[in-house]
Design a protein around this ligand. Structure first.
Ligand code: ADP
Ligand code: MG
Length: 520
């Protein structure tokens, strides 16, 4: 910019240059040239110098070779270029001084050039001498003034750039802050000292919109917060906002709005340096779900305590029952054969009670099961004679489809046996004669799991029954305990797996157990 205007000024000055007293070339183009060289360094300074020399050649009527050195200031160009870097870093006075250091001798040389060229010439009278002095003074003064003006303009330009940068940054920061507020899972709104809304986030908007669906952000900004909250909470919130504006911070207070429970915090917004209060912020967090979970957790804890008590009681019941059964056995042998029938019923019932207790205890004992590397197929093959015997009695068949790729897994064999037995029994109990129970294994390499599938062609279940299936004591059978599937679920979970059920009424039921290849 400076360089272009320097070049332009050089041209103008040269066009209007004249010769003072017919002797001294009068060309103020030297000023923009020097300034341009100081600001521009050699890169832009040399072209300017070239331009000046050419202009001098064209416009100076008294051009001469010696004049080229004397009245163009040519001798000072190297000095100017050399000073340029330090010039640019210097303060205003430094700059003016540097310009003068070059300009003053250069002007003296220019004015003295006719005398140097022609020593015979002498300026004896005072008039022209004064004029010359005046010319030098003016050019030196104008040079200083120009530097001053340029610096002033540059500073203004810099300031403008800085302000533009800062305001852009401010806008970006504001946008970022709004986005951060919008993604936070909290309702936030801030107000100024008069209680008018200054900013609001998405969650808070949604909270307002539940009551006033047409509301949009611009309707709220700049308006009093009190006019948007419900009458019932108005006092509560207004009081807290007014307290915050007085500098009182209120944290983590519970407020119940309808069925919802909210945590609220109000704090003043202050100027960090002066401590002056600029507004207040209200933060609301919906903790209904959290509260529900918390109370449920309390229930679970109570239940687990009841479960533990029940487990220790049932454990104690087993001992007297064993004694009773032993004596019954003895009495049966000593009693007449006609009573055998009764003894059998009593003992069967005792066995059933014992079975229930055993199931219940294995369900309640939530201990970490000890596992070993077992082949699932070995467990199935161990069980299959028992299952076949059961199936034969019912006139049903069993089909085994075992995938040879299934590797050994980390299993507790006793638990898996119990699970398989429970599921197979349930399947058989759900089927009539001629039903077919199929037990299948499958390796799913991609998912890194092994699937154990137990399918029956029995009565199936409705959706509502499927939902309650794994609840302890849920049973539809007259002699059922309702503990079988609950036990299966806890066994599968202990193995880090999943159990799923698919069932259609009248068609049959499929249980799928997924066991991980590597337990995480
Ligand atoms: P129980 O067998 O003692 O009743 P379970 O927990 O094993 O207890 O099963 C709970 C209930 O789930 C059963 O009473 C039955 O109604 C239903 N059920 C379980 N397995 C099947 C199945 N394969 N087909 C149909 N219903 C089933
Ligand atoms: Mg069962």
């Amino acid at each position: 910019m400076i360089i272009i205007s320097s070049a332009f000024s050089i041209l103008l000055c040269s066009v209007f240059s004249t010769t003072l007293l017919q002797l001294i070339p009068l060309n103020l183009g030297i000023l923009p040239l020097f300034i341009g060289m100081l600001y521009g360094g050699y890169k832009s300074g040399l072209p300017l110098a070239g331009l000046y020399l050419i202009c001098d050649f064209y416009f100076n009527e008294k051009w001469s070779f010696s004049g080229l050195f004397l009245h163009t200031g040519l001798l000072f160009y190297p000095l100017l270029v050399w000073m340029s870097p330090s010039f640019r870093k210097g303060t205003l006075t430094d700059k003016v001084n540097k310009l003068w250091v070059c300009l003053l001798p250069a002007m003296l040389l220019v004015t003295a050039s006719p005398i140097i060229e022609d020593p015979a010439l002498s300026l004896s009278n005072a008039g022209p001498l004064l004029l010359l002095m005046f010319y030098i003074m003016v050019s030196v003064f104008v040079g200083g003034a120009l530097i001053y003006v340029i610096e002033f303009a540059l500073e203004k330009l810099l300031l403008k750039e800085q302000i533009k940068g800062i305001s852009e940054k401010y806008l970006r920061e504001e946008e970022k802050l709004q986005q951060v507020m919008d993604v936070a899972p909290l309702c936030m709104v801030s107000v100024d000292t008069d209680g008018n809304v200054t900013s609001i986030n998405e969650m808070m908007m949604n909270l307002f919109k539940t009551r006033m669906p047409e509301l949009n952000k611009n309707d709220i900004l700049g308006r009093p917060l009190g006019s948007f909250v419900d009458i019932t909470e108005k006092d509560y919130i207004s009081y807290r906002i007014s307290q915050a504006l007085k500098g009182v911070k209120m944290n983590n207070e519970l407020i119940r709005i309808g069925s919802q429970i909210h945590y609220t915090s109000t704090s003043p917004l202050t100027n960090t340096f002066t401590g002056e209060i600029l507004g207040a912020v209200l933060v609301i967090q919906d903790i209904t779900e959290l509260e529900r979970l918390r109370s449920e957790l309390g229930n679970v804890e109570r239940l687990s305590l009841v479960g533990q008590m029940a487990a220790s009681i049932t454990h104690e019941i087993r001992n007297p029952m064993a004694v009773v059964r032993g004596f019954l056995q003895l009495m049966k042998e000593k009693s007449p054969e006609s009573l055998d029938h009764y003894y059998r019923i009593v003992m069967e019932e005792l066995d059933r009670a014992n079975g229930i207790i055993n199931d219940f205890l294995s369900l309640a004992q939530n201990r970490i099961s000890e596992k070993e590397q077992w082949h699932l197929h070995q467990i199935i093959n161990d069980l299959s004679p028992l299952l076949w015997a059961d199936a034969n009695l019912r006139g049903q068949t069993i089909e085994l489809v075992l995938d040879e790729n299934v590797p050994k897994l980390n299993l507790n064999a006793k638990e898996v046996k119990q699970m398989l037995l429970n599921l197979a029994r349930n399947g058989m109990e759900a089927m009539e004669e001629k039903g077919k129970l199929s037990i299948q294994t499958r390796l799913k390499k991609k998912e890194q799991i092994v699937e154990l599938i137990i399918r029956d062609t029995g009565v199936g279940m409705s959706k509502s029954r499927q939902e309650r299936l794994f609840e302890p004591f849920f049973t539809t059978k007259a002699k059922g305990t309702g503990l079988g599937l609950a036990l299966c679920l806890s066994i599968v979970e202990r193995h880090g797996g999943k159990i799923m059920v698919e069932s259609e009424e009248g068609q049959g039921t499929t249980f799928v157990i997924q066991l991980p290849l590597v337990e995480s």
